[in-house]
Design a protein around this ligand. Structure first.
Ligand SMILES: Cc1ncc(COP(=O)(O)O)c(C=O)c1O
Length: 401
């Protein structure tokens, strides 16, 4: 086998905010022999997966699975519901929102991009005033990235739904949950989201390669008249045979084995516990960052991401130098700064198959890296995190007693 690991002993720490560490159970499931995707066993597998995914999206609506990265599911959301020249409202929360906008523009949509500073979530107030001004209802969709992976900032989707309702505006609500699903509380039905976009490689604890759309009845209705060209991404082909457990093309069989296993793990832990674990590990991370005397990129505590923390480098220090030292010396990958944040931040991924001691190892790697890279900081980050984690466990035990 091609040897890519230059650190022969111990485990690599994959602490980028996705792809995330894949549990051994999931890897073993993926290792099963590939079966006939038109045979009887396959239908059982698909039906179980679709039922599990509905629980994770918290929806009774249709779910479509694509053998693609998340970018495919972004495109699918747009091409199934919109027509050339349609106006869509997007919010500049960071690099990924900018990428989604680029796709929309390439598809011939007219994008209104609400400006942002990459340190705050999408502003529900801005969305509301834009929708109120749109008395002709030219805006056909509002597209929001729930958790902006480039910045570690979440946007409040319940608020987005509330302002769309208050403005009595018929625009569809589309939400990218690629780095929040199965990690941060998300409710497709309750928030009446029309299309939720998701991917396999983050909270779902799988390798990259699967993407998803959860689709409301309104979105399915919009698809009937939408005129953007679509073929591979067409929901109709998939939905026509979904109930049979088969796909209109050759699905990614072995990734689906992995998804079945990952869903078992997530649902056994319980989604609320999964969200609480992510929130706890994120808080411990932020305490470490503050103890180091470094700044968190997210400027609004109410919008802190539970899946990653973007840490700002002191002036004159490059995040990529630090990341290289941490990789070379301690076999840990940290997320790079994306787009205009290149070199200015590093991102600590704390999502997916992850626990207290994995976080301690991660923070130790960062703290040692800061020392070796001569980045001005104080020690004590790990201590601040472990103090908090021990206290959180003690509180949990007391509550359970
Ligand atoms: C929030 C968000 N949206 C979209 C994408 C694009 O997904 P992919 O790289 O799987 O195509 C990513 C990837 O990290 C992401 O984090």
């Amino acid at each position: 086998m091609l040897l890519l690991d230059s650190h022969p002993s111990g485990r690599h720490f994959l602490q980028i905010p996705g792809p995330t560490n894949v549990p051994d159970r999931v890897l073993r499931a993926i290792d099963h022999p590939t079966i006939d995707h038109r045979g009887p066993e396959f239908a059982v597998l698909t039906k179980a997966i679709l039922a599990g995914m509905k629980k994770v999206f918290r929806t009774e609506a249709d779910v479509v699975v694509y053998p693609s990265s998340g970018t495919g599911a972004w495109e699918a959301a747009l091409v199934n519901t919109l027509s050339p020249g349609d106006r869509v409202l997007m919010a500049e929360t960071g690099h990924f929102a900018t990428q989604w906008k680029r796709i929309a523009e390439r598809l011939g949509l007219a994008v209104e991009f609400l400006p942002g500073d990459w340190r705050h979530g999408a502003s529900a107030d801005q969305v509301e005033s834009r929708l109120r001004a749109d008395t002709a209802h030219a805006i056909k969709a509002v597209c929001i990235v729930h958790n902006e992976t480039s910045t570690g900032v979440t946007s409040n989707i319940a608020d987005m739904r509330a302002v769309i309702d208050r403005a009595s505006h018929p625009a569809l609500l589309m939400v990218d949950t690629i780095s929040s699903l199965a990690s941060i509380d998300y409710r497709h039905d309750e928030w009446r989201v029309d299309v939720t976009v998701a991917g396999s490689q983050k909270g779902l604890m799988l390798p990259p390669g699967l993407s998803f759309n959860a689709i409301s009845a309104r979105a399915i209705n919009a698809a009937k008249t939408a005129r953007l060209p679509r073929s591979y991404w067409d929901w109709a082909d998939q939905l026509a045979i979904s109930a049979t457990g088969y796909f209109p093309y050759t699905p990614a069989t072995n990734l689906l084995y992995g998804l079945h296993e990952a869903l078992d793990m997530l649902l056994a832990e319980g989604l609320d516990q999964v969200f609480a674990r992510h929130a706890r590990l994120a808080e411990a991370t932020r305490r470490a960052v503050r103890a180091w005397g470094l700044d968190i990129l997210c400027a609004n505590p109410a919008e802190y991401s539970a899946t990653l923390t973007a840490v700002m480098m002191p002036e004159g220090h490059n995040a990529d130098t630090l990341r290289k030292i941490v990789l070379d010396r301690f076999n840990m990958s940290l997320g790079q700064g994306l787009g205009r944040l290149s070199g200015k931040v590093f991102r600590i991924g704390h999502l997916g198959h992850f626990n207290e001691l994995m976080l301690c190892g991660t923070l130790a790697g960062v703290e040692m890296g800061l020392e070796l890279a001569a980045v001005p900081h104080r020690n004590g980050g790990i201590q601040a995190a472990t103090d908090y984690l021990a206290q959180a466990v003690a509180t949990g035990l007391a509550r359970a007693a």
